[in-house]
Design a protein around this ligand. Structure first.
Ligand code: C2E
Ligand code: CA
Ligand code: CA
Ligand code: CA
Length: 280
């Protein structure tokens, strides 16, 4: 029993060591990633729930590293936040997203005036450079502010509500739109929801995916749509994987749909082909 105990302890420490060195390896690669041009953006379409018309897209970060391969954002955004690398990465995303959306609009007139969503991290919301960064990304790209939508999560806003409110006011003054991402999973109080100057709520995918066979998830989706509309916000559902889900969401009054059922996040060329097929 004693030997087994020692083995178990050794096993765990080996595993922990491996995890730590994997993390260090990732951090080392992440430090070089912007300079080495390893990031790209993928674009996922968003549609009107009632007419199926294309309304815009969400820009999602992709990291392709020569050593680690393709690393999903869920595996590196947290590390980027802890190490402070997110500031540089986030600034790159804003700049690149605006530039690419403007360029795509020139290639594909159907995109003219449509919205591009960009995800912000909590560190960016806390950064006084955010507003000038957004402004400069728009100006350099020649993109109208009304075409840019910034996505924040509830926990980002509730982390420091006073500061969030100030930053939101400054962002709104630029003319961009602001939406709350993953709505329903955080802890925003209704009082704050009213106080923040928001444009949209995005219902978290877990409720959307569960709503067809789970009565409670369906009730939550319905309640979020009702709350959003009461506050004069547009409501977006993401994680829409089936036609049945799309129909159910439209019947509940949801405004916009995003999900694998319509289109996955795609690199620029694939996205442009998708748009041509969709509008044809
Ligand atoms: P998110 O902002 O909630 O983005 C939606 C995620 O759901 C994306 O994953 C997207 O590919 C996925 N998705 C969309 N439709 C469906 C569907 O129908 N079914 C399923 N199963 N999944 C769907 P992705 O690209 O892996 O991004 C994960 C998260 O990483 C994002 O969640 C966001 O929080 C973060 N992220 C991505 N890009 C950025 C970025 O540029 N900056 C920051 N700060 N965070 C980012
Ligand atoms: Ca998002
Ligand atoms: Ca989300
Ligand atoms: Ca998320």
């Amino acid at each position: 029993a004693k030997a087994a105990g020692r083995d178990t302890a050794r096993y765990f420490s080996v595993e922990t060591d491996q995890r730590i060195s994997a993390r260090q390896a990732m951090e080392a690669q992440l430090r070089q990633a912007v300079a080495n041009g390893e990031f790209t953006l993928a674009f996922q379409p968003r549609l009107c729930a009632h007419t199926s018309r294309l309304l815009g897209a969400e820009a999602l970060l992709r990291w392709d590293n020569p050593v680690l391969g393709a690393v999903p954002p869920a595996e590196f955004i947290g590390l980027a936040e802890e190490t402070g690398l997110i500031q540089a990465i986030g600034a790159w995303v804003l700049q690149r997203a605006c530039q690419q959306w403007r360029a795509m609009t020139e290639i594909e007139p159907a995109l003219d005036g449509l919205h591009l969503s960009v995800n912000l991290s909590v560190a960016q919301l806390a950064d006084t450079l955010l507003v000038p960064q957004v402004q400069s990304a728009l100006t350099r790209a020649g993109l109208p502010p009304a075409c840019l939508e910034l996505e924040l999560t509830e926990s980002h806003l509730m982390d420091n509500p006073e500061q969030a409110q100030q930053q939101l006011a400054a962002l709104k003054a630029l003319g961009v739109l602001v939406s709350i991402d993953d709505f329903g999973t955080g802890y925003s109080s209704f009082a704050y929801l009213k106080r923040f100057d928001l444009d949209k709520l995005k219902i978290d995918q877990s409720f959307v995916r569960g709503m067809l066979d789970d009565e409670a998830a369906r009730a939550i989706v319905q309640a979020i749509i009702g709350l959003g509309h009461t506050l004069h916000l547009s409501v977006v559902a993401e994680g829409v994987e089936t036609l049945a889900a799309a129909h159910a969401l439209a019947a509940l009054g949801c405004d916009e749909l995003q999900g694998y059922g319509f289109g996955r996040p795609m690199a620029q060329d694939d996205f442009l082909r998708w748009v041509q097929g969709w509008s044809a």
